[in-house]
Design a protein. Structure first.
Length: 591
């Protein structure tokens, strides 16, 4: 009997594993997890302090509240059993997932990180996914691009503005370290355009591996394309079938995440794909879903039965409580077996209405859908609420072909325009550019695309490989002008207001779709943020294998007008001291 069949037929959903053993300090997925307010400083029924914002640009008009939200986190090793299988990983403040990072729009985050990773020691860094870091590119959190890694035993404080609002996540950007547990949700409260009654909060969806991340990286840069995940989680929970544990320590019936709904109420859920590789298909039995935001971009509301999220993507949704007070239903998220690699694709969580028995097993029926493509919702559906058109012509257009090829040593790596990426932890490119060095002919593996003072940049990304790629750009949202198979014919979907986001899914190559089977996406952004900005596939194993470029914008500004804090140089000195006396086993791209 599969674990899915066991859960669907169980008489009770009482967990056989304590919360402390399964998820440590985290309360996500429990009925004790707090509902979120409309804004920090108010209660759940208080109106937002922000105006409607209609007709204003929400991407460049963040207020300046003067409020600093301070957090202090320790990153260290520990052992938890979120699905019953005991695994030693790396966690923030001892919890899986990590703690909620929250602020009001226009506040300033101040997050102090203590690297207490031992046995063995390794570096770390944190990236704040989707936040543009205007004026603070050195706090983007990518070793080799914007900073040196935080050395073991050292501390580092990130200070940056909550310059967008909505739902996102943070994660380690040191190799594939985040897949061992160094990640968590971000919520930034801002204007509310679509009304709801209850903010359920973050719903993290992620594939899960029983093998350590280093072992998975070794597999990804060898002869295999992608390691297969062992489980799938909603807010860090989904029991594993311990009969498949291979003699390893495993406690049955680890429990599922649980949520409370109220009859007649509208519920906001903040869906986040915080996984390594798995493309998620999210549904709620017996309920319709209205999407109100993709990534940090509000969209004109549209209704779906299933939400498709690739790694790094988010969707804010509203679900109306159409059940009766005593009802219960299954929430589900499935890793697409058409697109991804997994041994157990199903995640379940229980939704209980106000009078339901919270130990009972829902008897609801799954929403049917077709798992036959890897695409996001059609571009025609996803219209941003705030209209913003790209320039009539970009300053620069670059065509980038992405292929999986052997490198000079015979290892299989991902290449962008025939070059695989590898970071140099000791020489962050942003700091070199600030010192006047903006050309790197002897380091082609840094994959730097220097766009000078371009006003806008258009990328045409193509791939014939039969694998999907969620492409993410740091420091920006971008327009998604077109997607498809073959050669782009120049047509832009809704040119007056194209899809706009920070991560977009690129379909896998498919020889049945055209002569070469080539898939493509066309994206464009305003190059208005001086800095060095990674552009990469967000599948951890593809990124480890080099599927990454660095976009440099306004190098003159970086050199002449950027006052980089002294802490960046001190962080490098700490790292140089550590790496000078310890072997840093960088077997992958490093990010």
């Amino acid at each position: 009997m599969s674990i899915l069949s066991f859960l669907l037929g169980a008489n009770s959903l009482v967990s056989g594993v304590s919360q402390q053993l399964s998820n440590g300090a985290s309360q996500l997925g429990t009925l004790n997890a707090p509902r979120l307010p409309s804004y920090l400083g108010g209660d759940s029924n208080a109106p937002s302090p922000y105006p409607n914002n209609s007709g204003q640009d929400p991407y460049n008009n963040a207020p300046d509240t003067g409020v600093v939200r301070k957090y202090e986190w320790e990153i260290s090793r520990g052992c938890l059993a979120p699905d019953g299988f005991l695994k030693c990983g790396i966690f923030i403040n001892g919890g899986y997932p990590g703690p909620l990072l929250e602020a009001n729009w226009g506040d300033t985050f101040q997050v102090t990180i203590h690297n207490n990773i031992t046995g063995p020691e390794e570096g770390t860094s944190l990236h704040w996914h989707g936040l543009n870091q205007k004026g603070t590119p050195w706090f983007d959190g990518v070793p080799g691009a914007s900073q040196c890694p935080i050395a073991p035993g050292s501390s580092f404080t990130y200070t940056f503005k909550a310059d967008q609002y909505g739902s996102s996540w943070y994660h380690a950007h040191f190799s594939a370290q985040y897949t061992d547990g160094v990640f968590g949700p971000i919520v930034i409260y801002g204007p509310i355009h679509e009304q709801y009654d209850i903010d359920i909060g973050p719903v993290l969806l992620n594939d899960y591996y029983h093998t350590p991340y280093y072992q998975n990286v070794q597999a990804s840069i060898g002869k295999r394309f992608t390691p297969s995940s062992d489980n799938n989680f909603i807010n860090g929970k989904m029991p594993f079938d311990c009969s498949q544990a291979g003699g390893q320590q495993c406690t049955p019936n680890a429990g599922v995440s649980k949520f409370r709904f109220r009859s007649g109420a509208k519920h906001r859920l903040r869906l986040i794909n915080s996984g390594a590789e798995g493309l998620q298909k999210f549904t709620i039995d017996g309920h319709k879903i209205t999407i109100i935001a993709n990534d940090f971009v509000e969209v004109k509301p549209y209704q779906v039965d299933v939400v498709t999220l690739a790694v790094g993507q988010r969707a804010d949704i509203i679900v109306e409580g159409t059940g009766n007070p005593g009802d219960s239903f299954w929430m589900r998220s499935d890793i697409s077996k058409f697109c991804s690699f997994t041994n157990q694709p199903h995640a379940l969580a229980a939704i209980y209405y106000e009078d339901a028995d919270t130990s009972s097993t829902p008897q609801s029926t799954a929403t049917p859908y077709q798992d036959n493509n890897c695409a996001n919702d059609a571009l025609q559906l996803t219209e941003p609420l705030f209209q913003r058109a790209p320039p009539s012509q970009p300053s620069i257009t670059t065509h980038i072909d992405m292929e999986f090829q052997p490198n000079a040593t015979g290892q299989m790596v991902w290449m962008m325009n025939n070059q695989s990426f590898r970071a140099d932890y000791n020489q962050p490119i942003l700091l070199l550019a600030n010192a006047g060095n903006t050309s790197y002919p002897d380091q082609p593996e840094w994959n730097v695309y220097n766009y000078g003072n371009a006003v806008s940049v258009r990328l045409i990304l193509t791939s014939i490989a039969p694998l999907h790629h969620p492409m993410h750009l740091h420091g920006h949202n971008f327009w998604v002008l077109a997607e498809g198979y073959g050669e782009w014919d120049g047509t832009i979907v809704r040119p007056e207001n194209p899809q706009y986001r920070d991560t977009h899914q690129m379909e896998r190559g498919d020889p049945t779709k055209g002569p070469a089977g080539q898939s493509y996406i066309v994206i464009e952004w305003l190059a208005d943020n001086p800095g060095v900005w990674p552009m990469h596939c967000h599948i951890a194993w593809h990124l480890s294998s080099g599927m990454y470029i660095n976009v440099m914008e306004h190098p003159d500004e970086i050199q002449n007008n950027m006052q980089v804090p002294d802490v960046m140089a001190q962080t490098c000195r700490d790292w140089w001291q550590f790496s000078g006396s310890n072997v840093v086993d960088q077997i992958d791209s490093g990010v």
